[in-house]
Design a protein around this ligand. Sequence first.
Ligand code: DGL
Length: 265
Amino acid sequence: MKPSAPVGVFDSGLGGLTVLAALARRMPEESLVYFGDTARVPYGSKSPEAIARFSAQAARFLAGRGIKLLVVACNTSSALALPAIRRAARVPVIGVIEPGARAAAAAGRRRVGVIGTEATVRSGAYARALRRLGATATAAACPLFVPLVEEGWWSGPVAAAVARRYLAPLKKARVDALILGCTHYPYLKREIARAMGPRVALVDSAEETARAAEAALSRAGLRAPAGRRGRREFWASDAPERFRRLGRRMLGGVVDAVRLHRLDA
Ligand code: DGL
């Protein structure tokens, strides 16, 4: 494995661009290959079996692009499919759950709230990771957040009302940190912060995962040479033009060309 090989980033759709952006900010010299399974998004309402099967197919595709590390940006896949992804990828794999849980617990917070898709919350993966770190978890699924972000409704009265409604039980539980356990949620940070109040620290798994990826590459002696700018490559399993349009809204000009790669159902 060469240090100049790219890092793979996988998500069920385009929300994982938040993780790609965090990786690019932290390690601009690394080349990044992103795959979004836009043909089958959302994963958050699918069965564990389907999530594991789809995720493994995506991992196999990225492994074929010669990656040196795979970052699973999707919280739902990280919660339910890491063993299947590891078998398929045959390179080191980093999910978003452990880094997010560690960051919440490291801030000395003991009562941690977690928000994510239905599948992520049902899996209990964040709750288990937090328990191992001595913290307790109160979790809530927020399924309407994903379409709100994709529509570009990142703030305003609709986003505020939805946030207040979903987050009320977490406020009542008096959590002192809240993990944004879904790729899309960082875009709603303002409304989430308003609904939770200033006492609650928001934990963005994307930043923590980028930190973990950097540490893993350094440990393995696989950091790309400094001083160059890495390549960015984008793939989607359906509607690459829509990916490009929404991707540009989320990340700006970084998302230029998006190529199509279909995965078998
Ligand atoms: N990428 C998913 C996650 O982070 C959100 C979208 C979906 O349900 O597929 O959980």
